[in-house]
Design a protein around this ligand. Structure first.
Ligand code: S3P
Length: 419
């Protein structure tokens, strides 16, 4: 047996949030373990345009001097990053100047009203042409908000909490299912007043600005999920994935994989800046199908592509319930997961908002259209590790969004983990 050891890159969601909070804080902050992917660079670029002093984005350490944000000289381009666009809208809602946000073709197609509607209720002025970017926001004096979001979205929730923070007004949010809670944890870690009661998140503003801080960002469970997938599909061996965030609002994929018969052990559990972190030990498994419930989806929303790829190797038909949100991710992930699984010889279909995947023993073979969506590229690359597989990806570069070293790591663990 060979023992592979690998470390996933920094958590994308947490990286965005700490860069933004450090830019709003008073004084110099020091961040380590940040994701160096393109999405985090988009947040940093936009914040620099707003006057923040941010050193080069590197894993070993980034220094950020917070300051009052100032009007940008040009449009704020959020690239491919929905998190940058939506969270920045919240931050900009509390600023007394106008800014225009835009992004790449994929981001310009993604819905923004889920954020702009409640921000307008708070008093932000927003000029939009449709349900997307580009749009211009002029913030200013806000009023408090009590809001029930129709979607379980951490981006919506976080945008409103950031608006409460910069506009210094109270915000109460309810969502249909609990989405990732990194913003809440970071607010609490920085001493801000945030509480959850009866499913409602309440933020109460205080007069003082956030103090500068030092934080180590844990590894991204969403990136680790691809490594877990490759280890589960391997014929023998054991993979250790070090330093992975195991916040329960993010680890639904482990719950589902265990139900499917895999064993993902958490060892060396610790706390890092208010987030639980562990090393994962993964062994190969014979998988069986399962039903993934609507309530579980927010805890594994970015892992549906890799879970669907794994479901195609399981005995029986796996159903992912209520995954309509995947239509408005970096691509129409829902249709593309099904179409690409079919393209490699798997029976898969979308019925209303549910995804059905029938497992097979046949090796996957065919061409995959990633639509430049990083998670589709990585999910099908993992499926391509199955013995006898021949999976051709339309491109590989998109992995730079969230996991720049993905193909290097996959190659290395395949050399370590016997397939
Ligand atoms: C994210 C929230 C999720 C997720 C995205 C990152 C975040 O999006 O899909 O990759 O950092 O808040 P939604 O909030 O739209 O579900």
């Amino acid at each position: 047996m060979v023992n592979g050891v690998v470390r996933p890159p920094g958590d994308k969601s947490i990286s965005h949030r700490v860069v933004m909070l450090a830019a709003l804080a008073r004084g110099k902050s020091e961040l380590t373990g940040l994701l160096t992917g393109d999405d985090v660079k988009s947040s940093a670029r936009v914040l620099r345009q707003l006057g923040a002093n941010i050193s080069r984005i590197q894993e070993s350490g980034v220094r950020i001097s917070g300051s009052r944000l100032t009007a940008p000289g040009s449009r704020l381009n959020c690239g491919n990053s929905g998190t940058s666009a939506r969270l920045m809208l919240g931050i900009l809602a509390g600023q007394r100047f106008a800014a225009t946000l835009t992004g790449d073709a994929s981001l310009r197609r993604r819905p923004m009203r889920r954020v702009t509607e409640p921000l307008k209720q708070m008093g932000a002025h927003i000029e939009e042409r449709g349900d997307g970017l580009p749009l211009t926001i002029r913030g200013g004096k806000l009023r408090g908000l009590t809001y029930t979001s129709p979607v379980a979205s951490a981006q919506v929730k976080s945008a409103l909490l950031f608006a409460g923070l910069t506009g210094r007004v109270p915000v109460t949010i309810r969502e249909p299912y609990r989405s990732r809670d990194h913003t809440e944890r970071l607010f609490a870690h920085l001493g801000l007043e945030i509480h959850e009661r009866d499913g409602a998140i309440r933020y109460q503003p205080s007069a003082v600005r956030i103090p500068s801080f030092q934080i180590a960002v844990p590894g991204d469970p969403s990136s680790a999920a691809f490594l877990v997938g490759a280890a589960v599909l391997a014929a023998t061996s054991e993979l250790v994935i070090e330093n992975v965030g195991v916040n329960p609002t993010r680890t639904g994929f482990i719950v589902v994989l265990e139900r499917m018969g895999a064993h993902v052990e958490r060892v060396n559990l610790r706390d890092e800046g208010g987030e639980p972190v562990a090393d994962l030990v993964v062994r190969p498994a014979n998988l069986r199908s399962t039903e993934v419930t609507a309530a579980e989806i927010p805890t594994l929303v970015d892992e549906v592509p890799v879970l669907a790829a794994l479901a195609s190797r399981a005995r029986g038909t796996t159903v992912f319930h209520e995954v309509g949100e995947l239509r408005v991710k970096e691509s129409n992930r829902l249709e593309l997961i099904a179409a690409n699984l079919r393209a490699v010889g798997v029976k898969a279909e979308v019925q209303d908002n549910d995804l059905h995947v029938e497992g097979t023993d046949k090796p996957p073979r065919g061409n995959v259209e990633t639509a430049k969506d990083h998670r589709l590229a990585m999910a099908f690359a993992v499926l391509g590790t199955v013995s006898g597989a021949k999976v051709q990806l339309s491109e590989k570069k998109s992995v730079a969004i969230s996991y720049p070293g993905f193909f290097r790591d996959l190659k290395r663990i395949r050399a370590d983990v016997q397939t």
